[in-house]
Design a protein around this ligand. Structure first.
Ligand SMILES: NC(=O)c1ccc[n+]([C@@H]2O[C@H](COP(=O)([O-])OP(=O)(O)OC[C@H]3O[C@@H](n4cnc5c(N)ncnc54)[C@H](OP(=O)(O)O)[C@@H]3O)[C@@H](O)[C@H]2O)c1
Length: 254
């Protein structure tokens, strides 16, 4: 294993990550693992993501458009640990580009269920374990993945997705105030245009190239560009006085 720039900062820490099978979530999982964390992961919907995962990682799959599968993940985590030092709510997607006049109830519900309700329910379900960790050692952390589209509204057909990310952004700030007396910090990472399956699905090569030209750093981001900020925000030694913040990782876009 490549040595981590974070050393063994997360040795004996329990880290829970959703959407960790691919893309940004997988890069975050690998980075926490390299820094010594015990990891309990939701990989996404596909068990094929488990291929080549380190043996020590406990994982399950599940479709978070279903409340029952959100609860199944909460139950799974609780069956493996009494304390959680870090919760990363990262699972999310757009599902497609849906014009406002033809958006179906099912599309609307799926987007909100995955990107918004799952974050609230999983956070609520695992708060007792976060409290237990903060009580024991102080300073547990939640890091939520939001999006630049929470600021801009996104591009056509993504208004509901963008609104759910804005919800999670504001939810993170509110929760940060509420949980501060319990020494649980809450922050969010807001990726810009990151080259993962996400855009392979929803954006044409022409659209991505046009976007790239607008990015001050003149390139799309990568999952590896995003992962260190999750670890930074999760580590009290590095960010113990930071809570209620949204960190934009977007090459300088506004
Ligand atoms: N890539 C970007 O430019 C970008 C920009 C801003 C924000 N984000 C956010 O960053 C996070 C990670 O995205 P990514 O770029 O890494 O995309 P990705 O490679 O598509 O990964 C998304 C993860 O979420 C999981 N997921 C999707 N639908 C799900 C469902 N119905 N139930 C449970 N899990 C589901 C995926 O699993 P399956 O593959 O099995 O569905 C996967 O593990 C998401 O919250 C996304 O909204 C990405």
């Amino acid at each position: 294993m490549t040595p981590s720039v974070f050393g063994n900062l997360f040795t004996h820490k329990t880290v829970v990550i959703t959407g960790a099978g691919n893309g940004i979530g997988r890069a975050v999982l690998i980075a926490f693992h390299a820094a010594g964390a015990n990891i309990i992961a939701h990989l996404g919907r596909h068990s094929s993501y488990a291929k080549d995962l380190p043996d020590t990682i406990k994982y399950m799959t599940g479709d978070f458009t279903q409340a029952t599968q959100q609860q199944a993940f909460i139950d799974f985590v609780q069956s493996h640990t009494d304390t959680i030092d870090v919760l990363i709510n990262n699972a999310g997607t757009m599902f497609g580009r849906f014009p406002a006049d033809t958006l179906t109830d099912e599309q609307y519900t799926d987007i909100v269920e995955l990107n918004q309700h799952a974050v609230v329910r999983i956070t609520r379900g695992l708060l007792p374990q976060l409290h237990a960790a903060s009580h024991k050692v102080g300073n547990a952390a939640i890091v939520n993945t939001v999006s630049i589209s929470a600021l801009t509204g996104g591009s056509p057909g993504s208004s509901i997705y963008s609104a759910t990310k804005a919800f999670v952004s504001t939810y993170s700030k509110g929760l940060a105030r509420e949980l501060a007396p319990k020494q649980i910090r809450v922050n969010a990472v807001s990726p810009g245009v990151i080259d993962t399956d996400f855009h392979a699905r929803y954006s044409s090569a022409e659209k991505l190239e046009a976007t790239r030209q607008q990015i001050p750093l003149q390139r799309l981001g990568t999952a590896a560009d995003c992962a260190p900020t999750f670890l930074y925000l999760a580590a009290p030694a590095l960010s113990g006085y930071i809570t209620g913040q949204v960190i934009e990782i977007n090459g300088g876009q506004r």
